[in-house]
Design a protein around this ligand. Sequence first.
Ligand code: 3PG
Length: 213
Amino acid sequence: MSAEHVLGLVCATGVIPVVVLDDPELARPLGDALKEGGLPVAELTFRTAAAPAALRLLAADPDLIVGAGTVVSADQVDLAHEAGARFIVTPGFSGRVIDRCHKLGMAVIPGVATATEVIAALDYGIDLLKFFPAHASGGVTMLRALQGPFPQVRFIPTGGVSAANMADYLALSSVVAVGGSWMVSPERVRGGEFAAVSRLAREAVQIAAEART
Ligand code: 3PG
């Protein structure tokens, strides 16, 4: 599958759950809960020791598109690739991370929060970007301001996004999807509240579908 095709699937529902797992045992039930909620995609953050093992388990499910998030080094790209990640998300801009992804043929969504970082990404031929941390960086107002000089750029705002404000972001033509942890909060996942995960995932998918029409 080409990197472009992967990115299309990642953005298909308009919502990307940002998952933190500290116990690989929770990976399978979590993946099932997301699929049950109509959200067969996950950005698994590389913030816990359990991340590579959890990623391996999630990536083994052919019905899920699973990537690694919070990737900040080329070594982590290698780890994620070995574990079966289909895409890489970074919280900030790193040319080294992008180079490694391109070398491996992996889809990469770099994080940006300024015009300078958007230009750096465009220099690498990348125009699908994570806007992070979205709320703290000016939210919808900042994205609207960036749309002027960068009409070709598509954004995935993440950080402070929730069911309450995701439609505001998706109303912008430059926003192709939003990311967030609200439907897969670590407390909920740790507590095994998978029915709630499915319910919140389904709600998010519905809000996105309505916002995009
Ligand atoms: C991320 O890594 O993308 C963010 O931590 C997700 O932000 P949120 O927890 O505010 O949704």
